[in-house]
Write a protein that binds this ligand. Sequence first.
Ligand code: ATP
Ligand code: MG
Length: 272
Amino acid sequence: MKPTEFEIIYTLAAAVIIMLALSGFVVYFIFSSQKRRIRQDHEQQQLKEAYEKEVLTTQIESRDQTLRDVSQEIHDNMGQLLSVARINLNILEKELDGQAPVKRITDTNQILADVIKYIRMLSKGLNSDMLTSYGLRESIRFELQRIEQTAMINCQFHTQGEDFNIDSKKEIVIFRMVQEILNNILKHAAATEISISMVYTALDFQLRISDNGKGFSPGDNYSRTIEDAGSGLRNLQKRAALVGAEINIDSSPGMGTIITIRLPKITEHVTQ
Ligand SMILES: Nc1ncnc2c1ncn2[C@@H]1O[C@H](COP(=O)(O)OP(=O)(O)OP(=O)(O)O)[C@@H](O)[C@H]1O
Ligand SMILES: [Mg+2]
């Protein structure tokens, strides 16, 4: 029996519909498995970032605790021993009243007085409780003052705008970043001038630290061997990401260094 024209058309239409449905299904299957893979990659990436954040936060917290312990130790033990040495020298100075070695004793006494002062300042810089009590602005001013007095570098400090409250954990991270930047200047820059400006605007907090030292090529650090590579600059980048700040390092040999940190007023990052 020959199929009628209607049956042929019907069969062809059915075949086309089935093929369309099949290819639709294949497209849907590819599309949804691709979507699933992207979602899985995204979740994995988020997990990795959360894990890295967690590790860094723990590192920062344990480092902070170590610094507090060192600070306490310096303050309680070294500071006290030096004070006792000064008391002894004071007594000797009086006992020897006017006799020949008294000048040397007076000088040594003065040296000890300076060492005690520096140690107290150092101890304060290490302890983040000071930061909580006095705030970021005063703590940074204090660090600069310490450098000005101990390293004989001319320091400028400039602030602008009304301070706004920055989460205390973020403040500790930013303060430790500033300390690393200043340490780098002392260690590597051979600078004669350091300038820090802190600007608070309605949108963000901007910190700028510049030195007139020898400068460097920031890109070169990434090509150093593991033995040579420092961790300071790398940690700066990681810490900035941790608190939701942007950091920019502008330096080149012979041109000094300018580092800027910008922390938006509201960020979705949390340092828990
Ligand atoms: N202000 C600066 N002036 C000149 N060179 C600098 C300055 N800051 C950093 N550098 C250069 O960048 C390099 C990397 O700095 P980084 O802080 O990462 O390491 P480091 O200070 O050598 O070691 P670490 O911080 O681990 O103790 C330094 O070795 C130095 O050559
Ligand atoms: Mg360093």
